[in-house]
Ligand binder design. Structure first.
Ligand SMILES: Nc1ncnc2c1ncn2[C@@H]1O[C@H](COP(=O)(O)OP(=O)(O)OP(=O)(O)O)[C@@H](O)[C@H]1O
Length: 942
């Protein structure tokens, strides 16, 4: 790193700008130039040059922040994790407390000198009141350095003694284990010790799972039923134990004898674990930042001396500039150098001054105090055997402040990196969070916190933080982790139970396939047709396009959200094939559900508008009418409406020929003449339009507002017609599959709710499991149920969620989009008036996935039944067939098509099926049917 452009701050007049670590420049708590001592400081050039290496300009701190961000990214990436200096260890903590945690939890906190056992009672109300009973057990050297087995047996014995003392009734306990050593954690309750530190050195533990060792020791006692739920590092304990105010606490920071930090990262960024949804607590292990030389140009000669004389030279470089264990040593080296150069203590040193460890962090904390600091400096120097002048004492205060403020500044740069990382990966413009802090450097020393806060504002201006002092070290936090884990496990159990109803096994799907096949057979036979829920309607379409069709055709498309009128020009392929001009018209619900004459009048008005716009008034083109409701056809141009579906309910239409209703409306309006050649179902239109491009397309499938399918059946099998040679397209009307009760075992309470609230209860049962009109509603009912059970939205239902159809099926697509970060999922939900946490959005996404997957699998089971029937009809070992598909749900949902195809492959392994998406199937298809009909009629006339 070059420092060429930096302006040294030492020697410049004091200004308002916080120039982090240079004496005389707005150092928090250090008196400035008004005192005589301060004036003489300016004269002490030796002092200046000694403290100069500790100066960190904002520019340098920005560089530290950027390097820390890079180091964090390396630690999180699967590729570079193993070599990373900042290890970014996953903790498997998936959620911070939401205030509802309640119950009693045992905690075992292994400290440097003692073992603390706690029973923590959480009240479960929003301001978690915590009751703690605790007892400390000294850990002797014999235990701390004896065999591992003994250490864990000791811990289990202490636990039992503690519980004996409480005289509680016998019951099961959940325990959190605070274990402050470097571990490789693989689950919340599985953590392998990497190496002992401090005074611990128990053989036989390194490389082993400390939870298992503890659990075995507890079980061996055979006294109490205790389950170890979580193992927690002290930094995460600090974060989790913090009582967050307005914002959730998602960062933990410890600056004590050592330093470390943790935060809730986006799980997808933590590449070393499988989970990719939601968040995960990550312990940065940032003490080792700089071990690869990144911080070399920030190191002062004193840092180098401290490092060389440490137990671990070259290691923990960031920690050695920040934490309490080392700051005293930095100060001591500066004082010794100044004394040697004659700048302090009249050029005298003492053996005490030259002895490692003779200046402690608590000395620095006292000396930097504005009120009593200079007096404290005198005491400390006296303890070191130095006769100090006022100037010496003041200089020592300057040195301590410079070292202390530099530590806070570096800490701020590290914290700014964490905050920027969180903001960037959550795709937020501003991040607001609470930061839990703990350690001697913070405790009762406002200056460290002030510096931290001021500098974070400068280094990460887009982040707002509230520092919250941890209350009970990691004890309460460990209990919280255990409580959160216990809450999540209980919730997960309930969520699984709820969603299990919607998860279909391969056997269940095979059963659906077999049931549909049976219903198809029944529907095709005259004698049994009435008992079948699928109508298997003949369409009178026996030929597919052969490419010789030519001319201009009009097409109408009614059957979903909108009504369309199309002009379709069918030309030679080499001249562009089919050209379409179309206009979209809405059908207001009062028209769709009003008198039938009003509906058909509206349709005629739309046609008139289209013809006027296209300058076609007076022309009478052959017309194909795509009418996507169940119709009993008796010829190509006659269709008796059997029932309305998909939200239509116009009166006076059921039992009528819809072509006749259309012609009557034309007459009423007296606008123009119509030549209706064919009435077509959209499924058939889709098959025909795909058949124009691919002759092996013999199945049509729609998954849009509703769902339906058609296929080419052998005429000999269509028992409802006289019979004959060749094939005819059969409109299955499979949306009604199950209306006779054959699918009852597959309906969940949510499906029943959707059905009961629909316009046609008891009908279109298969469609109500699959199509766009209903999936959002199924999700909404599940969300309401999960909220009522307290598993979602903190148990508070939003009035909006009670509104029918508020959760649209298109949200399922957006929420499941692969690239969509949870932030955007939250945004979608917030638009619905739902106040969501990260966990809420993960759960909503899961619900959407389950509902959409079931729909796609059921649709796949249906296609498998159809394909197998065609294969068997033709007596083939292996069938190759194309399915023409249309429908927004199939086309736009990110996983629907894939899931349908996968299911068909599994259920119909002897059919090789190509799915071809139709472009404008219902419009183009209707025109092509009209064209084929005209061609066939021409042939017959000739
Ligand atoms: N992005 C999306 N992802 C999934 N589904 C969607 C999306 N946008 C709309 N939908 C669903 O698709 C339906 C509209 O689909 P489409 O336009 O294919 O059907 P339609 O022509 O109205 O009726 P149908 O094709 O059933 O006769 C809407 O009712 C809605 O439920």
């Amino acid at each position: 790193m070059s420092s060429g452009q930096e302006k040294p701050l030492v020697g410049k007049p004091p200004g308002n700008q916080l120039s982090p670590t240079c004496p005389g420049h707005g150092l928090a708590g250090v008196s400035e130039s008004s005192s005589p001592q301060a004036q003489s400081w300016h004269l002490t050039t030796k002092m200046q040059s000694s403290l100069q290496p500790l100066c960190l300009s904002l520019e340098k701190l920005h560089r530290v922040k950027d390097s820390m961000l890079e180091a964090m990214d390396r630690g999180l990436s699967r590729r570079t994790h193993a070599q990373a200096t900042v290890r970014m260890l996953p903790t498997f903590i998936r959620s911070t407390p939401d205030g509802t945690e309640r119950g009693e939890f045992l905690v075992l906190e292994l400290g440097d000198i003692d073992l603390r056992v706690l029973l923590v009672e959480l009240s479960g109300d929003t301001r978690q009141t915590v009751t703690v009973k605790d007892r400390r057990f000294p850990v002797s050297d014999a235990i701390a350095q004896g065999p591992g087995e003994k250490l864990f047996a000791f811990m289990a014995t202490c636990l039992c003694e503690f519980l004996d003392g409480l005289r509680l009734p016998q019951r099961a306990f959940q325990l959190g284990f605070s274990f402050p050593f470097s571990c490789r954690q693989t689950r919340l309750d599985q953590s392998y010790l990497i190496s002992w530190t401090k005074r611990f050195k128990c053989p036989g533990v390194e490389g082993r799972d400390v939870v298992e060792l503890l659990q075995n020791a507890i079980n061996k006692q055979d006294r109490y039923c205790i389950k170890v739920i979580a193992v927690v590092n002290d930094t995460t304990g600090t974060m989790m134990g913090c009582e967050a105010s307005a914002e959730p606490c998602e960062v933990g920071l410890i600056v004590d004898a050592g330093t470390n930090s943790c935060f809730m990262a986006e799980a997808r960024c933590v590449e070393v674990v499988e989970e990719s949804l939601g968040r995960m607590g990550v312990v940065t292990e940032w003490g080792s930042f700089g071990d690869d030389g990144t911080l070399n140009d920030m190191l002062s000669p004193y840092d180098r001396l401290v490092d060389e004389t440490s137990l671990n030279p070259g290691k923990q470089r960031f920690e050695k500039m920040i934490s309490g264990l080392y700051l005293g040593e930095i100060v001591r080296h500066i004082l010794a150098e100044l004394a040697t150069q004659g700048g302090l203590f009249s050029g005298r040193t003492t053996p005490a001054l030259l002895t490692k460890g003779s200046v402690q962090i608590r000395d620095i904390l006292e000396i930097t105090d504005e009120q009593v600091g200079v007096a404290r400096a005198q005491c400390v120097l006296w303890r070191l055997g130095l006769e100090a002048s006022d100037q010496d004492c003041f200089s020592m205060q300057q040195v301590c402040s410079a070292v202390y403020i530099r530590a806070a500044s570096l800490c701020a740069a590290g914290l700014a990196a964490i905050l920027s990382h969180m903001r960037r990966n959550r795709e937020l413009t501003r991040l607001k969070t609470s930061v839990a802090v703990d350690g001697a450097m913070f405790r009762d020393h406002a200056k460290f916190s002030q510096t931290l806060q001021q500098l974070v504002k400068k280094l990460a201006p887009e982040c707002d933080i509230t520092l919250v002092q941890a209350e009970d070290g990691s004890g309460k936090g460990t209990a919280m982790v255990t409580a959160v884990a216990s809450r999540l496990a209980a919730q997960r159990f309930q969520v699984n139970q709820t969603l299990a109803l919607l998860k279909l096994s391969p056997n269940a799907l095979g059963e659906v396939q077999a049931l549909l096949r049976r219903e198809m057979e029944l529907g095709l036979k005259k004698e049994t047709q009435a008992t079948s829920s699928v109508r298997m309607l003949p369409t009178y379409i026996c030929a597919t396009p052969d490419g010789s069709e030519r001319g201009d055709f009009l097409a109408l498309d009614l059957g979903g959200t909108n009504f369309r009128v199309l002009l379709v020009q069918v030309g030679a392929r080499e001249q562009g094939g089919v050209r379409i001009v179309s206009e979209l018209y809405s059908i207001p619900p009062q028209v769709a559900q009003g008198p039938g004459s009003q509906l058909f009048d509206h349709i005629v008005e739309c046609i008139a508008d289209f013809q006027t716009k296209q300058g076609m008034m007076g022309q009478t083109l052959p017309l194909g009418f795509t009418f996507s409701f169940p119709c009993q056809q008796t010829s190509l141009d006659q269709g008796i409406l059997l029932s309305w579906t998909k939200g239509f309910n116009a009166s006076g239409c059921v039992g009528q020929d819809v072509v006749k209703l259309l012609r009557e409306a034309v007459k009423r309006k007296n606008h123009f003449a119509l030549d209706v050649v064919a009435i077509v179902n959209d499924t058939v239109g889709t098959m025909m339009s795909c058949g124009y491009d691919d002759p092996s397309c013999e199945v049509g499938l729609i998954v849009g507002t509703g769902t339906n399918a058609c296929y080419m059946e052998e005429l000999r099998n269509v028992g409802t017609l006289a019979g004959g040679e060749g094939r005819m397209c059969v409109n299955m009307e499979w949306g009604a599959f199950g209306d006779n009760g054959c699918l009852d075992a597959f309906f969940t309470p949510f499906d029943r709710q959707v059905d009961e609230a629909s316009l046609n209860p008891g009908r279109q049962r298969f469609e109500k499991l699959i199509s766009g009109m209903y999936l959002g509603e199924i999700v909404r009912y599940i969300l309401l149920e999960l909220t009522a059970k307290g598993l979602l939205f903190r148990g508070r239902p939003s009035p909006k969620l009670q509104t029918r159809d508020i959760f649209q099926t298109k949200f399922l697509s957006s929420i499941e989009s692969d690239g969509l970060a949870l932030r955007q999922v939250c945004a979608i939900l917030e638009q619905l008036g739902l106040h969501v946490t990260c966990e809420d959005s993960v759960l909503v996404r899961e619900v959407c996935q389950v509902v959409a997957r079931r729909a796609a699998q059921l649709c796949g089971a249906g296609v498998a039944a159809v394909a197998e029937k065609i294969r068997e009809n033709r007596g083939l070992e292996q069938l190759s067939v194309t399915v023409g598909v249309d429908g927004t749900l199939y086309k736009l949902h990110p996983h629907f098509a894939q899931e349908v195809q996968g299911t068909v492959q599994r259920l119909a392994p002897r059919c090789s099926i190509t799915f071809l998406q139709s472009e404008d199937g219902s419009g183009k298809g209707a025109a092509l049917i009209a064209a084929v009909a005209c061609r066939v009629a021409r042939h017959q006339r000739a």
